[in-house]
Write a protein that binds this ligand. Structure first.
Ligand code: ADP
Ligand code: MG
Length: 306
């Protein structure tokens, strides 16, 4: 970046850093965050690249919001309490209009998900956004992919397939009515990481993952890590009214099963445990391996970059 890198940082990125865990934010060589006694640090990083993760004509504020939401979703999936985030931003040019809009989305997400921006890096190059999230886990607890047991129920939060349908709307592959189009596009650009749900599940769920690559692919990660088989009933998948209205139900179900980008949680609960509000039972855990979804074999794979 040119000589005004520091003024850009000061103008757009230094005011989003206040939070209960932040001892020292943007401006020094490192940020300092405080943990409570016995807590463990949970951390994850995600990169989004123009034309790979979002269309090149997306609004900068949507790009920022979605990048933070996707990263925050990993904290939700572990049951971690958000502490803060860092941002590595590579920009083709110091476009102040773009930066202004981007920082608006960043501020909205920082506030919505309790993730103060405590540091980062700013460089010149093809547009790339990397968000690292930092969270806290209480002593002895974490929501991993690895604990599902035969006999558990399989659940998801929210509704599935909306983000994939939203991308289809953005790309002109699907043209629903105006209200449905608007709703689906928002579900793509403004996903809701389930942070409060993750914190609740910390004490009850045996395994959890967030849905970034598509239900079938992500459920496969729980099956592999837990050494179990997951049975999914496609007819039990929760669909929004926008997707229920789709004329081709097979397409709606395909988005829900393999679409990706929903950032809902998929988790397993022992049979005696009631699911939290807003969650749906979609199947069960049995002995065996892999994911079975009658009527949808062979299974469509999730997104794979290589
Ligand atoms: P250093 O050279 O010590 O690594 P930098 O010059 O990269 O520091 O950054 C100066 C300060 O601004 C640091 O505190 C860094 O964390 C912060 N910073 C740089 N870029 C960003 C950004 N995009 N978002 C938030 N903070 C940033
Ligand atoms: Mg330094």
């Amino acid at each position: 970046m040119p000589a005004d890198e520091f003024s850009l940082i000061a103008r757009y990125f230094s005011a989003l850093g206040a939070g209960p865990a932040v001892e020292l934010g943007v401006g020094d060589d490192c940020a300092i965050l405080s943990l409570q006694a016995g807590e463990r640090l949970a951390t994850s990083v995600d990169t989004v690249v123009e034309d790979v993760h979002f269309p090149a004509d997306s609004l900068p504020e949507d790009v920022a919001y979605r990048a933070v939401a996707a990263a925050a979703s990993d904290l939700a999936a572990m049951g971690a309490r958000p502490l803060g985030m860092t941002l590595a931003l590579t920009l083709p040019a110091a476009d102040e209009l773009w930066l202004h809009s981007f920082s608006q989305g960043l501020a909205a997400a920082a506030s919505a998900f309790s993730l103060p921006l405590v540091g980062g890096d700013t460089t010149r190059g093809p547009l790339t956004i990397t968000v690292q999230v930092l969270g806290a886990l209480p002593p002895g607890l974490a929501l991993t992919r690895g604990g599902a047991q035969p006999g558990d129920g399989l659940y998801v939060s929210g509704t599935l397939g909306d983000a994939a349908a939203g991308l289809a709307v953005l790309q002109g592959r699907y043209r629903p009515g105006l209200d449905a189009a608007e709703y689906l596009e928002q579900r793509f650009f403004r996903p809701t990481p389930r942070l409060a749900l993750g914190a609740t599940l910390l004490n009850t769920a045996t395994a959890a993952i967030d849905l970034s690559d598509g239900l079938l692919a992500d459920a496969g990660h729980i099956a592999a890590a837990s050494g179990v088989q997951l049975h999914i009933d496609a007819q039990a998948l929760p669909l929004s009214s926008a997707l229920q209205a789709h004329p081709d139900r097979a397409q709606a179900l395909a988005w829900a099963l393999a679409g990706g980008d929903d950032y809902e949680l998929c988790f397993c609960l022992p049979a005696a445990v009631q699911p939290p509000a807003g969650c749906s039972r979609i199947g069960q855990v049995t002995a065996g391996e892999g994911v079975v979804c009658p009527g949808f074999e062979p299974l469509a794979p999730g997104y794979n970059h290589f």
